[in-house]
Design a binder for this molecule. Structure first.
Ligand SMILES: [Zn+2]
Ligand SMILES: [Zn+2]
Length: 246
């Protein structure tokens, strides 16, 4: 089934390239997302932080990295500061830290290649505008740094403010969009819009191909936060990889 889907996607894309004026999209699923308009899911991103646009067959996401939710990392006095006395905060606060990032992803993820491991640093941009990181901290296990994670599974440093865990500020045991990863595949919460509950057919990356709330009935490959508690954090890893869309 997977090979068939990939072949169909490639065929549809090729047809779309040669038949740009075709108005019949009743049976295809990729006509609208190739290169002519942004995927509908990008409308969910924080427009105060992000600038998102097409560049050929790529999507560019520029972000200030400043999220539209509370955190202890905003620092005392900021309107979005949240007092989190149990968090072992790192020295940096949002206003004195450079959180800006730009990523460029394929508008149409290539699902036919080999999987690719995630790396340290930004692995995606969340709908809040802040970065998503994997399950490592400075080359070691994340649980060693878990004490510095705020209420929404994020911290600063070194580098940009970033989420390691399920970002409860905008997805908490639900089907909400989390963000887009570097391979161009969208990441959703622990539940799937196609069934309203936890998916049972996920691959090793937490991915599967179903409809989502942003695909108007079409099936599309996407990731979920895998519904397994991580170590001593009492929460869920946002994304550990590997990427399937490179
Ligand atoms: Zn980190
Ligand atoms: Zn799903």
């Amino acid at each position: 089934m997977k090979i068939t889907f990939k072949f169909l996607s490639f065929t549809v894309f090729s047809l779309a390239a040669f038949m740009a004026c075709s108005s019949d999209d009743s049976t295809s699923q990729d006509d609208d997302e190739a290169v002519t308009e942004l995927h509908a899911a990008f409308a969910a991103f924080n427009s105060d932080a992000t600038t998102i646009y097409l560049d050929g067959s790529n999507v560019v996401i520029e972000t200030t990295g400043l999220p539209n939710h509370e955190s202890v990392y905003w620092g005392v006095g900021n309107a979005l500061y949240r007092d989190e006395p149990t968090v072992q905060v790192t020295p940096s606060i949002m206003s004195s830290n450079n959180n800006a990032t730009t990523i460029t992803v394929d508008a149409t993820p290539n699902l036919s290649g080999s999987t690719v491991a995630t790396q340290l640093n930004t692995i995606g941009i969340a709908v809040s505008g802040a970065s998503i990181f994997n399950d490592q901290e400075g080359g070691g296990a994340l649980d060693q740094a878990a004490g510095s994670l705020d209420w929404t599974g994020a911290h600063i440093g070194p580098g940009v403010y970033h989420y390691h865990l399920e970002p409860k500020a905008f997805t908490d045991d639900d089907e909400n969009l989390v963000g887009i990863l570097l391979d161009g595949v969208f990441l959703y919460g622990r539940k799937c819009n196609s069934t309203g509950t936890y998916p049972t057919d996920l691959d090793a990356s937490g991915g599967h191909t179903t409809t989502t709330q942003y695909t108007i009935g079409d099936e599309e490959y996407h990731y979920h936060i895998i519904n397994e508690l991580y170590s001593n954090t009492g929460s869920y890893i946002a994304f550990a990889g590997p990427y399937q869309g490179y």
